[in-house]
Design a protein around this ligand. Structure first.
Ligand SMILES: C[S@@+](CC[C@H](N)C(=O)[O-])C[C@H]1O[C@@H](n2cnc3c(N)ncnc32)[C@H](O)[C@@H]1O
Length: 349
């Protein structure tokens, strides 16, 4: 293809996401991408996979095995798993996001992982047993879930997750399903919003914020962020920013029904694993981690898991410095006993 001049933008930094042209063409602008990475940031349109070595150590994928990546995202973890499953193994990659899934699929295909080794599924991981049954898979040897949103979703203003770049207040991982955050906020009552801000984000100012925000109409992420700051006039700018982040997190969890999906997934998980199968879950806040910790402990007590992480594994000091998004990540793992049969359809009532 002939080289076309990059469009000019005024000022020092590109203001619009599309203007981050060089980062969006990583093959052509490798040097720019390397500079962005060296500064501890994530190049636009990409996602840096977190705790890859630690996850591979726990999942221990082997040639010929079946793995499931429940949160395919950019495909970074999947790519590493796929390489270790060869020859003869396969990976099923799930993601709720219909926009990013085809892109991740194309990336993995370009690396040589054909339909016999990698299959993409636009699916919520809450329905994992049904998906496995439909794919003719009795049980998996490795199951990974890297919860939350990807950098591509966060950094794309049009998806409406962004605190930094203004966009429509949407926040849906699958924009074809459910209601955007703007409609959710307009309909919710203050008491329900207060409960949600506490449960989903441990928000200390839940009462004040819920009175100020519930029932109001905010079309854009910037309009909501401005209203949050205005509701907390006595806080300094840094504390206001943290409140904005927490409210966005709480809303995102609610709009995508993230805790229900996680609870359902955790209930089914031991029954989706083959004997000796391994599961690894990466969480990013206490609401998620609490659920994983309790589900693994209950599964261990019930004899469904032979072994579980006694403590959450954290990213190394190097990774935390290198990729700030890894700072709050917690990895928990569980291993099913080698004697137990997998049953991908039944979870206890
Ligand atoms: C943190 S990213 C995963 C990044 C990926 N591990 C990588 O290395 O590129 C999380 C992904 O999970 C997806 N996701 C979140 N909740 C989901 C759910 N309940 N079912 C399916 N996908 C989900 C999001 O759409 C997002 O793409």
């Amino acid at each position: 293809m002939p080289h076309r001049r990059r469009p000019r933008y005024s000022g020092k930094n590109p203001r619009r996401f599309e203007d981050k042209y060089k980062e969006l063409n990583p093959e052509r602008y490798a040097e720019t991408v390397a500079k962005v990475l060296a500064s501890g940031k994530t190049p636009a349109g990409t996602h840096r996979s977190i705790m890859v070595a630690e996850i591979l150590e726990q999942l221990a994928p082997k040639p010929g095995e079946v793995a499931v990546d429940c949160t395919l995202g950019y495909g970074g973890h999947a790519r590493e798993l796929l390489a270790r499953l060869q020859p003869g193994g396969r990976l099923l990659g799930l993601d709720a996001d219909p926009i990013e899934l085809p892109k991740a699929t194309a990336r993995l295909r370009a690396l040589g992982f054909g339909p016999d080794t990698f299959s993409p599924h636009r699916s919520n991981f809450a329905g994992l047993p049904k998906l496995l049954a439909g794919a003719g898979v009795a049980g998996a040897d490795c199951i990974l879930a890297d919860l939350g949103v990807s950098s591509m979703q966060l950094d794309e203003p049009r998806r409406g997750f962004s605190v930094k770049n203004n966009g429509p207040l949407d926040m849906r991982m699958n924009p074809q399903l459910g209601q955007p955050a703007s409609a959710f906020l307009e309909k919710i009552k203050p008491a329900a919003l207060a409960a949600l801000l506490t449960e989903n984000a441990d928000e200390p100012a839940a009462a004040v914020l819920s009175t100020a925000l519930a029932g109001h109409s905010y079309a854009t992420t910037l309009a909501l962020a401005t209203a949050i700051r205005a509701a907390l006039p006595r806080l300094d700018a840094e504390a206001q920013d943290l409140a904005v982040r927490r409210v966005f997190q709480a809303l995102r969890i609610a709009v995508n029904d993230e805790f229900s999906a996680l609870d359902m997934f955790l209930r089914h998980l031991p029954f989706c694993l083959n004997p000796g199968g391994r599961a690894a879950i990466l969480t990013f806040h206490s609401g998620e981690d609490r659920r994983v910790e309790h589900a693994f402990a209950a599964g261990r007590a019930a004899g469904l898991y032979a072994e579980i992480a006694t403590e959450a594994v954290r990213a190394s000091a190097f990774e935390r410095r290198d990729n700030p998004r890894s700072k709050c990540a917690k990895l928990r793992w569980a291993r099913k006993s080698a004697a137990q049969a997998a049953d991908s359809t039944e979870a206890p009532p």
